[in-house]
Design a protein around this ligand. Structure first.
Ligand code: ZN
Length: 252
């Protein structure tokens, strides 16, 4: 994939090289295969129960690559998710998330934006609309991931400052009748939008949680017993580029 991008951008340079014709032939062949490869990957991304709706109690199944951060699902500049197959209740709004990274991160030729290491909410969104947030936990290869799902009882709704969907550079949300909308939402600005102090939101009934490994995905709201408060981990928003982990602050 990266090879194709590189070839497109630097075509005038490659043009002068003796193997240009061969490269061009290969590129054409890859280009033809690309839509099929894309469809194959999207179709193969697992559909997993990630969250439960606080309004109608439906378990929501989302397209999610839990095999590792090296899956294209995690790629931040393109969206490799199988939206059509998702089983969402009418209240599902968007998916955010965090990932506690294990020691080693796979080297893959794309950029991912898995979030900070600990769960957070976006206060501006919670103040603007009566959204409900549900935090859960799932293993992604060797890493521990925290899906943070947003639900809304009323739709359509619009946010003044849309925030990025998990590991992408777009805000993507689901309006009434499963209608998707999106907007550019730079990941680099995410830090200013995040609040890691979850307890007050939980006490107000705005954030619920599902215990790690709970097969029943039971929604809970007690602050005292919540396993997602004060977790060890960095609050920096992380980018992984070709296997190198950096914080967005380093990029600014
Ligand atoms: Zn629902």
């Amino acid at each position: 994939m990266e090879w194709l991008h590189d070839f497109e951008w630097r075509r005038p340079i490659y043009f002068r090289q003796p193997n240009f014709r061969e490269r061009l032939r290969q590129q054409t062949a890859y280009r033809e295969q690309l839509p099929a490869l894309r469809d194959e990957y999207r179709a193969g991304v697992p559909m997993l129960p990630l969250s439960r709706c606080p309004y109608c109690q439906t378990l929501n199944y989302l397209s999610f690559d839990h095999y590792g951060l090296d899956g294209l699902w995690w790629r931040s500049d393109e969206r490799w998710r199988n939206g059509a197959q998702q089983q969402l209740c009418p209240h599902f709004w968007t998916l955010s998330g965090a990932v506690k990274l294990a020691e080693a991160v796979a080297i893959v030729p794309f950029r991912s934006a898995p979030g900070p290491e600990v769960p957070f909410v976006v206060p501006s969104a919670l103040r603007e609309h009566p959204l409900q947030v549900v935090i859960s936990q799932i293993q992604v290869g060797a890493h521990t991931a925290y899906p943070i799902a947003y639900f809304s009882e009323t739709k359509p709704l619009t946010l003044a400052n849309p925030f990025p969907e998990w590991s992408t550079e777009w805000a993507v949300w689901v309006q009434e009748h499963n209608r998707y909308e999106w907007a550019r939402a730079p990941y680099l600005l995410f830090k200013e939008q995040a609040d890691f102090d979850l307890a007050p939101w939980m006490a107000q009934g705005r954030v619920a949680w599902i215990a790690p490994g709970d097969p029943s995905f039971t929604l809970q709201q007690q602050v005292q017993t919540c396993p997602y408060l004060d977790l060890p981990g960095d609050q920096e928003f992380v980018l992984i580029t070709n296997g190198i982990v950096s914080s967005i602050n380093q990029k600014l």
